[in-house]
Design a protein around this ligand. Sequence first.
Ligand SMILES: [Fe+2]
Ligand SMILES: [Fe+2]
Length: 296
Amino acid sequence: MRIAYTSDLHVDISQRNWELVPYLVEVLKLVDPDVLVIAGDVSPELGDLEYALDCFAPLRCLKLFVPGNHDVWVLSEEMQELGHDSYEKYFFYLPDACKRNGFVPLWMEPVTLRGVGFAGSVGWYDHKGGKETQAAFPREHHYLLDSMWNDMRWACWGDISFMMDGVPSMVRRPDGEVAREFNLRLDQDIEMLAGDARVSEIVVVTHYPPFDELSVEGVPFSGSRDTGGILLSHPKVSTSISGHIHDKRDLLVKGVRAVRCPVGYLGWEKKKYQDMVMECLEVIHIMEEDDFIPER
Ligand SMILES: [Fe+2]
Ligand SMILES: [Fe+2]
């Protein structure tokens, strides 16, 4: 089984990001994978997300999406005041946008294809980073600081218990609680797949990195280590696909292959789109029974 993956399309960030998407699709048509995974951060605007997902319509493979932090932002203080929050996007608008455009909203419904289970979640973070200071932040990763500031402003997970008490403005749930909630859901989804005898291995897609090993030097860990713990606690989990940090990774963490291949923020360097696609799209192979030569 061939799984193509990418993340962090950020089509709202630059013209080049926007224009890259059809080129990604052209290459994917040639690659002809069994599964396509987009691990979040397409755009905070739902219209942009629909544009991007619709570009992949010519592909007939199983298409999976999980949202990133940018996708759950509510970019209007007035809307937030009115009670529109990231949960609304996460549980209603984003799944709808996926379904309208032929993508499975993986964080809502785990899926199985030919014995391989797929589960997903945005992941979120609990601020249990390391002792690194902002001064040590590598320059090329300063967007992660901006992302954190923007999350504080635009990612708002409303606390419904306060809303029901008639409190007029949005009361936000702390990130640690949000991470715990999403970890619990992910654990349940993986558990369900793991309990299915027909599922021989599981691929987990999160936007935030589940393992410390996926961090960059000098940058505090921007995920929840509990997410990684969940992945490692299920022996059938073989693969982790994530995003958020804009550099490519492919490593082994205690037997789990952890990969990411983001687009990131494209600059104005003189590079052809065709060449850029090669850097932000990867394919992993998962062995299936048919791949093995039968014993004589
Ligand atoms: Fe990103
Ligand atoms: Fe992100």
